[in-house]
Design a protein around this ligand. Structure first.
Ligand SMILES: CC(C)NC(=O)[C@H](Cc1c[nH]c2ccccc12)NC(=O)[C@H](CCCC/N=C(/NCCC(=O)O)S[C@H]1O[C@H](COP(=O)(O)OP(=O)(O)OC[C@H]2O[C@@H](n3cnc4c(N)ncnc43)[C@H](O)[C@@H]2O)[C@@H](O)[C@H]1O)NC(=O)OCc1ccccc1
Length: 233
C-alpha cells in the first residue's frame, strides 16, 4: 500500500461489491450475463415482488444460497482478511455482497449493508435466525410462529442496514477504498463523495473504468485477485 498518502495507522474504510466475488464463481449483477440480465430485479429483489410471489423470490435466493455455499473465498477476500488482522490502524469492511466469502476468508467484522444469504428474518416480529438451505413461504418464525419469513436481504426501496454506524465511519475515514463495485446503487454509490468531503484519500480497485471513477484520487484496474493483494502488499 503506497504509504505516501496517509499515516501508517490510518483509518481504512473499505466497500466491496460483486466484483470481489466474481472470481469465486458468483456472478455480478450488471456485467454481461449478470444476475439482473437473467432476472427481473422488480420481481425478485423488491418487497412488492415478494408480496406478489414469495415462492419465486425464495427460489431465487435458495439458488444463490446454494451457489455461495459451493463457492470458496479468493485471493482478494484473503488479502482483505489479512489487512484487517495486520494493519496497525482501524480497518472497517463494508460489503454490498450478500455472500459470506469475506467471513470464510477470516474477516471477523464485516458490515453487510444489503443483508446476508445466511440469514432469515421474520417480517412480523423482526426476529432473525440462520437461514435453512431451502426457504419456503410456509416456513414459520421460531419466535412468533407467524408465516412471514423472508431472506434477511435488503431489497430495492428498503433502507440499508447499519447506515448510522457507516455514516460515522465515513466521517472519520483517512482512506476510503471501493473494490469491485459499479457504483450504480445508492446509498453505497455515494459513500466515496461523503468520505472525500471529510478529507479521505480515495482509492478505486475495479476491472475497468466506471461512471463513478472520476470521484477517486487513485484508480487501480485489474482483476480483484491480483489488484487487491498488490494494493495491500
Ligand atoms: C439501481 C439503482 C439506480 N437503484 C438504487 O440505487 C435504489 C434507489 C435509489 C435510492 N437512492 C437513489 C438515488 C439515485 C437513484 C436511485 C436511487 N436504491 C435502493 O433502493 C436502496 C437499497 C439498495 C439495496 C438493494 N439490494 C441489493 N442487493 C441485495 C439484493 C440481492 O443481492 O439480491 S443491491 C445489489 O446491487 C449492488 C451493487 O452492485 P455491484 O456490487 O456494484 O455489482 P455490479 O454487478 O453492478 O458491478 C460489479 C462491478 O465489479 C466489477 N468486476 C467484475 N469482475 C471483477 C473482477 N474479477 N475484479 C474486480 N472487479 C470486477 C465490474 O467491472 C463492476 O464494476 C450489489 O451489491 C447488490 O447488493 N434503498 C434506498 O435507497 O432506501 C432509501 C434510503 C437510503 C438511505 C437512507 C435511508 C433510506
Amino acid at each position: 500500500m503506497t504509504r505516501g498518502h496517509f499515516p501508517r495507522d490510518a483509518k481504512l474504510v473499505i466497500l466491496t461489491g460483486a466484483g470481489v466475488s466474481a472470481e469465486s464463481g458468483l456472478g455480478t449483477f450488471r456485467d454481461k450475463g449478470g444476475v439482473w440480465t437473467k432476472y427481473d430485479l422488480a420481481e425478485v429483489a423488491t418487497p412488492e415482488g415478494f408480496a406478489r410471489d414469495p415462492a419465486l423470490v425464495h427460489g431465487f435466493y435458495n439458488a444463490r444460497r446454494a451457489n455461495a455455499a459451493d463457492a470458496a473465498p479468493n485471493a482478494a477476500h484473503h488479502a482483505l482478511a489479512k489487512l484487517q488482522a495486520q494493519w496497525p490502524g482501524e480497518v472497517v469492511l463494508i460489503t454490498q455482497n450478500v455472500d459470506d466469502l469475506h467471513e470464510r476468508a477470516g474477516s471477523d467484522e464485516v458490515i453487510h449493508i444489503h443483508g446476508t444469504l445466511t440469514g432469515a428474518l421474520c417480517a412480523a416480529c423482526e426476529h432473525r435466525w440462520p437461514a435453512p438451505a431451502q426457504m419456503a413461504p410456509t416456513d414459520t418464525c421460531p419466535a412468533c410462529g407467524a408465516e412471514t419469513t423472508r431472506p434477511d436481504i435488503v431489497w430495492f426501496g428498503e433502507i440499508p442496514y447499519r447506515m448510522e454506524e457507516i455514516a460515522g465511519h465515513l466521517d472519520t475515514a483517512e482512506v476510503f477504498a471501493a473494490i469491485g463495485t459499479s457504483g450504480q446503487v445508492y446509498p453505497a454509490a455515494g459513500f466515496v463523495e461523503e468520505a472525500a468531503q471529510m478529507g479521505a484519500h480515495t482509492v478505486e480497485i475495479n476491472l475497468s473504468e466506471e461512471p463513478t471513477s472520476p470521484f477517486f484520487q487513485e484508480r487501480r484496474f485489474g482483476p480483484a485477485t491480483a489488484a487487491v493483494p498488490e494494493w495491500v502488499a
